[in-house]
Design a protein around this ligand. Structure first.
Ligand SMILES: [Zn+2]
Length: 387
């Protein structure tokens, strides 16, 4: 760690970021206004092209990874003078917002906030990557590790195609800094995230007229209700396990004994070791009515990001850099998953929540706090230099 140099560059990094706030905002405006919903490849590729050009202008070696249905993923590599393994800056540029959202939810700045679809989750984080790299260059700090930027395009829908690339890239790196939003308006960094799983239970019963021959029917709805009560027994808040039957479907009419019913269940786990137990629970479900049949699909798709020693070390380092910048940052854990879950599960020190400070991710009031934008960018730059 370049402790001596650090003491000198923190104020200069901070100054650069504050002086470039309006430029950051104009890049952020463009990034937000190129809408990029997870399910629209053409839109994602337009956004990716814009970002690729920006990272190229900063001197990055940009690689686009063509995908058939998902947007093309983007990697940008920057050389460094110190250390051999790069620091990975991780994020995504897909958003949960459908094409056309911008018209009713435009990019705007008001009351010290910046609003717009995807501004917090996580286009601000991407712009922060760019300006942190520029800030480091502006202070002629060339002794930091090489930096690899990796942005995928299907994070909001489970990172099906992004995951292998995230994992392969992370394996080459020393540490992972995730530019997802900070936790809450106090801007906590995220040192732990729950793992996420999705299961579907489908019940097939037997239809019958509810009045004429009720006793011949086998209600899939009633059977499903029993199965739901059975799986929700696994919720254990003290162990950080939650089982949420979020969506149920079933039946056709009130006067028909339902032949089909199904439930989609979201599960969250705090410890990787709990994944097997939950998967066993779901795969072991048996119908309580032998005339009904069950089909269970799904599994754990994001392992938890546990608060490992390596992650805590990174967090302490960030805290130290924050102090030099006159900031105070704390840590938090969250039930939400990110691509940081994958890198952490590989055993890499992973610190998340380094992106925008704001509120309303995935909601109509999605926004970032403007004055935190240069501050957190300086923190990112300072942290990169100290790893
Ligand atoms: Zn995100």
């Amino acid at each position: 760690m370049s402790e001596g140099i650090q003491n000198d560059i923190a104020p200069a990094l901070s100054q650069f970021c504050h002086e470039h706030q309006s430029e950051m905002l104009s890049v952020l405006k463009q990034a937000v206004e190129i809408e990029s919903p997870s399910d629209n490849k053409a839109a994602l590729d337009r956004c990716g092209q814009y970002l690729a050009e920006e990272f190229e202008r900063l001197g990055g070696k940009v690689t686009l990874y063509p995908q058939r249905d998902a947007g093309n993923h983007l990697k940008a590599e920057f050389p460094g003078g110190g250390g051999s393994k790069p620091v990975l800056l991780l994020g995504h540029f897909d958003t949960v917002w459908s094409m056309g959202t911008l018209a009713g939810m435009p990019f705007r700045i008001a009351d010290g906030r910046v609003y717009g679809p995807g501004v917090l989750d996580m286009k601000a984080g991407i712009v922060m990557m760019m300006f942190a790299l520029r800030a480091l260059r502006s202070v002629n700090h060339e002794s930091h590790r090489p930096v690899t930027v990796l942005l995928d395009t299907d994070e909001e829908v489970g990172s099906t195609t992004g995951r292998p690339l995230v994992e392969a890239t992370a394996r080459q790196c020393e540490a992972v800094l995730v530019l997802e939003p900070a936790q809450g308006l106090s801007g906590c960094l995220k040192t732990a995230r729950k793992g996420v799983g999705n299961f579907t239970i489908h019940v097939t019963g037997r239809a019958a007229h509810a009045g004429v021959d009720f006793e011949r029917g086998r209600s899939a709805v009633v059977e499903l209700a029993r199965q739901i009560l059975e799986v929700t027994k696994s919720t254990d808040l003290s162990r950080g396990i939650t089982v949420n039957p979020g969506v149920i479907m079933g039946g056709t009419r009130t006067n028909v004994v339902a032949a089909e019913a199904s439930v989609e269940v979201d599960i969250r786990i705090a410890r990787a070791a709990d994944a097997a137990e939950l998967e066993k629970k779901f795969s072991g479900l048996r119908p309580s009515d032998p005339d009904c049949s069950l089909k269970v699909t799904g599994g754990v798709n994001r392992p938890p990001m546990e608060r490992t020693e390596g992650t805590v070390r990174l967090f302490r380092l960030a805290q130290e850099q924050a102090r030099k910048l006159g900031l105070n940052v704390d840590e938090a854990s969250t039930g939400g998953g990110s691509d940081g879950n994958f890198t952490s599960a590989l055993g890499l020190p992973t610190l998340d929540g380094l992106g925008g400070v704001g509120e309303g991710a995935h909601a109509i009031h999605e926004s970032i706090v403007l004055e935190e934008l240069p501050r957190r960018t300086a923190l990112l730059a300072s942290l990169i230099a100290s790893i």
